[in-house]
Design a protein around this ligand. Structure first.
Ligand SMILES: [Zn+2]
Length: 106
């Protein structure tokens, strides 16, 4: 029960992480998975790839195939819509963080 509730809650957090990182540079799935692991999110390819595809379909990310050492690697980049969404969500996340931590910024 707790696991399912947290999974739903983290779904948005994970998307924010993805937007933040694709904002810095194009990223590929395996790299993103490692990065999320560092943040304590255990997300396998069966969850991450459908999520990346969904974000691409929603217009938040674009995908580009590159050949790296003979293998096709799909790089995801943020779109203008993704940047716009990130900007708004980031403000909300900052507000929430400060409130949770007992420091008001507004
Ligand atoms: Zn990160």
């Amino acid at each position: 029960m707790k696991k399912e509730i947290l999974q739903k809650l983290y779904h948005g957090f994970v998307q924010l992480h993805i937007l933040r990182h694709t904002k810095q540079r194009p990223v590929y799935g395996a790299w993103m998975m490692e990065e999320l692991k560092k943040h304590g999110y255990n997300i396998g390819p069966g969850t991450l790839y459908p999520l990346l595809n969904k974000m691409e379909y929603s217009g938040l990310l674009t995908k580009e195939k590159q050949i790296v050492r003979g293998k096709v690697r799909k790089y995801y980049s943020i779109t203008p819509l993704g940047l716009d969404v990130f900007k708004d969500a980031r403000e909300k996340a900052a507000q929430l963080f400060h409130e949770i931590e007992g420091r008001s910024i507004k």
